[in-house]
Design a protein around this ligand. Structure first.
Ligand code: PLP
Length: 369
């Protein structure tokens, strides 16, 4: 048997007529940028995320950068980010001219640890950017409390956790403005690049609409130095189709995770994903940890099972951030995670016998030690 790490094909095949219909509607409308499809999707997504406003943009990185820029965060400012995240969270801060200041994760949820946030706050700190990694929202009680006490903005990076909730409130609805990504393999994925900002602040939403479109509200009148960071009508139409199915897809991801958790419990040194009692997990990824990661990955590869490492090099050790002068040993938890993490196959419509095959291969690896 071959089990791919991920495939979108089964889901896309199941909604092909709806996708074709959306494509045809856009083609026939001759409206391709900032039109009724974008407006409709923004309304739909705001309802899904339980916020007042969604601003559709070109991708997740732009969403995060525009949030910070709309809050006037720039040179001389610091933004606290997780030491263990996809590099986009850091890049958004750097692109604004501000400095990403890492804080280490909680050892169980692998999300940013509120206590460690507090330790790195300085007079220059302006914002906290929690990243809801792998499908689980961060400890928003702790984070919102610190933000309030220190008068800091919260800007959530919600690229991986569409629909995850903290005490019943969805990811992307806590911060003043929050970025999300609809990169194709995310839980909510477009058929290309796309992203959005979610906010309850009407003034900020309006500012973001201007920033994403050349700093202009009225064509050829430019109020501020803006960008071209718009969401396409075509992607918006396809996203509206997909949004109808998101709850079903999330439930399917949880089914798969549940089966993994049952079958992989108690095996040797394997650490399995932990869900905080105040959180719901939407399993963007199913990430395990083991000291024998590379050998396990090779073993699974030999059995025809695809796996990935999210992420093999923490941002502070990337060549791109050499200028910041961080070195190995500075963020030991992030470094340890990078050395021990492995993401198992997980995608909607994954069959039980595929999950079981992966689990048997893992059991075989540990049994044959
Ligand atoms: C995917 C991702 C982003 C960036 O989204 P893009 O749409 O690829 O620009 C940002 N943060 C995290 C945590 C991500 O996983």
């Amino acid at each position: 048997m071959q089990v791919p790490f991920n495939t979108l094909q089964r889901f896309h095949d199941s909604i092909k007529p709806e996708l074709h219909q959306a494509f045809t509607a856009v083609l026939d409308s001759n409206y391709l940028i900032l039109g009724p499809q974008t407006e409709a999707f923004e309304k739909n997504y705001a309802a899904f995320n339980r916020v007042a406003h969604t601003v559709g943009v070109s991708n997740g990185l732009e969403a995060l950068r525009l949030c910070l820029e709309a809050l006037n965060i720039g040179p001389g400012d610091e933004v606290i980010v997780p030491s263990n995240t996809y590099i986009a969270s850091w890049l958004a801060v750097t692109h604004c001219g501000a400095t990403p200041v890492p804080a280490e994760p909680d050892d169980r949820t692998w999300n940013i640890d509120p206590q460690r946030i507090e330790e790195v706050i300085t007079p220059r700190t302006r914002a906290i950017m929690p990243v809801h990694l792998y499908g689980q929202i961060s400890d928003m009680t702790g984070i919102m409390d610190i933000a309030q006490r220190h008068n800091l903005y919260v800007v959530e990076d919600n690229a991986q956790s569409h629909g995850s909730e903290w005490k019943g409130k969805p990811a992307g609805s806590f911060g003043i403005a929050n970025g999300t990504s609809f990169y194709p393999t995310k839980n909510m994925g477009a058929l290309g690049d796309a992203g959005a900002i979610t906010t309850d602040d009407a003034e900020l939403a309006q500012r973001l609409r201007i920033l994403r479109n050349y700093g202009s509200q009225v064509k050829y009148k430019n109020e501020v130095i803006g960008y071209n960071a718009r969401l396409d009508e075509l992607q918006a139409a396809l996203l509206s189709v997909k949004l109808v199915h998101i709850h079903r897809l999330t439930a399917d991801r949880q089914r798969i995770a549940h089966r993994y958790l049952q079958q992989l419990a108690g095996i040797d040194d394997l650490l399995l994903p932990y869900t905080h009692p105040d959180a719901t997990h939407v399993f963007h990824l199913f990430v395990i940890r083991t000291d024998r990661r590379d050998a396990l990955q090779a073993h699974l590869q030999a059995q025809g099972i695809g796996t990935m490492i999210h992420y093999p090099i923490p941002p502070h050790l990337q060549q791109a951030y050499q200028f910041a002068g961080k070195k190995k040993g500075d963020y030991p938890l992030a470094e340890q995670m990078a050395d021990t993490l492995l993401s198992l196959p997980l995608f909607p419509f994954m069959h039980d016998d595929e999950i079981d095959y992966v689990c048997e291969a893992i059991q075989q690896f540990y049994g044959s030690k």
